[in-house]
Design a binder for this molecule. Sequence first.
Ligand code: CP
Ligand code: NVA
Length: 302
Amino acid sequence: MKKNILTILDLTTEEILALLERAIILKKEWKEGKKEMSLTGKTLALIFEKPSTRTRVSFEVAMYQLGGQVVFLTKDVTQIARQEPPKDTARVLSRYVDVMAMRTYSQELIEETAHWASIPVINALSNKFHPCQILSDLMTVKECKGQIEGLKIAWVGDGNNVAHSWINAAIRLNFTLHLACPPGYEPDSDVLEKTKGKSNIVLTTDPIEAVKGADVINTDVWVSMGDEGKQKEKEVFLPYQLNLELLRHAKPDAIVMHCLPAHRGEEITQEVIEGPQSVVFQQAENKLYLHKALLKWVLLHS
Ligand code: CP
Ligand code: NVA
């Protein structure tokens, strides 16, 4: 059966842990100079409706370094711009390429494409979820902390797509997730609905409570791609800024994470993002190796 990765919940606990292990090994092997061309002859189509630096480049380079090829498409250069139905695009591309990764506004569009495609479909970010990001972030947590189990991971800021994927990760893995979101900017209710009975996921409006004693602190932009038209008052978000004062409440060896791009002076201060606890560039680097592991898994089942 083809494997889609539309949300973290498409993966079992064992599959997530195995992917992280493989990504860490792939990183080590690459750094040791060991090359593998296991995806020779395979082609990835990237279909992006929104801008991207990290996700696009790391998927492309992952494919190239494994011997495969990439076709990068934006909406405006395809017939998608002229309303060709997703079910037709999905069935056509399935006849040319071996795997698709999509970045869209609508999660439903990725789901519809996956339904009609006969090849694996990967969510490279939608308004609702960013599963690949959280998988590579879990890899970074594992590298930095040696384990994921038992950690306290905090989220401060908007209850957005990245927060949603962290929630899904906490449904699958044994860490505690404390999310502090401003009133009115909580994660979506359908995402929270799935956490019923999970005592390891705690939602609060108090950033200090979320960060207190945390091993890992995460934040993200206050205005995500697609949110630009929404009225989001800066004042409402300011108490959730990840600054040195807030960081003081975490464990002294806590790591600071941000999927990037970051807005310094808004959700995170210059001192914190450039400070010794920040692992944001390790996070960005790990996207390459996690994407390699993902591509191998969906294409070769290995
Ligand atoms: N973190 C992330 O997805 O970055 P890009 O938008 O640059 O891909
Ligand atoms: N929440 C952000 C993440 C960017 C990688 C957005 O969707 O714009």
